[in-house]
Design a protein around this ligand. Sequence first.
Ligand code: DTR
Ligand code: ZN
Ligand code: ZN
Length: 475
Amino acid sequence: MRHRPPSAGLALALFAAVTATLAGAPATAAPVAAAPALAAAAPDISVTNVQAHLTQLSSIATSNGGTRRAGSAGYTASVSYVKSKLQAAGYTVTEQTCTNCTYPASNLIAEWPQGPADQVIMFGAHLDSVAAGPGINDNGSGSATLLENALVLASQNPTMTKRVRFAWWNGEEQGLQGSKFYVNSLSATQKGYIKAYYNFDMVASPNGGYFINKVTSATAAPLKAYWDSFGLQPEENTEGAGRSDDYSFANAGIPTSGYAAGASYTKTSAQASKWGGTAGAAYDSCYHKSCDTTANINATILNRAADGVAYTIWQLAVGGGTGGCTAEQLIGNSSFESGTTPWTATSGVITNSTGQAARTGSYKAWLDGYGTSHTDTLSQSVTLPAGCASYTLSFWLHIDTAETTTTTAYDKLTVQVGSTTLATYSNLNKATGYTQRTFNLASYAGQTVTLKWTGVEDTALQTSFVIDDVTLQVA
Ligand code: DTR
Ligand code: ZN
Ligand code: ZN
């Protein structure tokens, strides 16, 4: 049992009346990143498989007059190819005829029938080419990237936290017609279900670069994080802005992003330095031409685009690999009522002393309160499971002090997760009763960390930091 100066309780009584009307200063709480829960590792998408789809789209064009233009036989055959693969994989596949398209034909929509139907992450690519050519980079590349991702998602069949919907559009080359038709066909409620739309148009330009639509947006974050992990320094897709199907969704207020490798614009020398390729030449010199064949593909960019799509799907829509999150409270002996285990604390901190009231029961953790130079600590190690949607640390804190200053933090309480400081409180945060303090620990999903409270008092005038009912709830 530690010695606590009897003056501490008396000081509280004496100063309570004096300090009651002084507003406590706000605590300085470090911002806690609202990172998504750590997802199971995303699969590596085989670029060979993606290229095999391109080869199929190429032969479809070859047998149909060298084009897959909207409404042409080459387009219809492209829809059949993608559709049959998706149906075999277990997708719910819908053909929607774009009746007001210049060349009426199907949009192909494929939904993976798992995860909440009212929280949809959507991925789309236009499946039509221009009349002049087979459209293997524009946009067999985006179409094949999404097809292979859809097939891998189905074969892995992971636990889904969101619903994933893929789309292959008709009539993009006539002015985003198919995607516009689809968006217009949705009710306000259905639009509201779509939390993000990701577009893939020309993701394998032979002299391409690494472009992302709305690159600094929250929606772009997983696409960007994946390319950033290779040091690729992606840039804004200014060339393609408003020129592909994401525009139809953005116009409906749906957050959008996407990858692109560039079209007819010229690669700068700065871009050639960081990405390789030829400065002063177009990203795709076969853009909208008959030479947009399987020879017009940059397999490195295609591979990184396909893998970035998988990364994004897994980040946003796939739960932890352990079959999903079990809701639970992770702190042992939350209210300090059953001894000290599993807490580590300075002797005497966990106490039923009547000098400070517990919030519940009779025990609490009472750090400091000596009015002399003193440090008390309280800690517990905890393992946060991966794959949960929320990780909420909460504790109740009462601060009373004999300090009378309204400007100087003499005595301090620091709250840490590992070596990261979550928040700092001081004598300036004094208040009658307990205040609940809540933090998002999602960025520690899948990790074992030590939660630690450290109270440091200076030489004079006590401050008591009293903690009770600590919980870390995951769900
Ligand atoms: N809608 C595209 C237009 C486009 C032009 N430049 C870019 C750059 C990146 C992506 C798309 C585009 C097309 O299909 O032609
Ligand atoms: Zn085009
Ligand atoms: Zn295109």
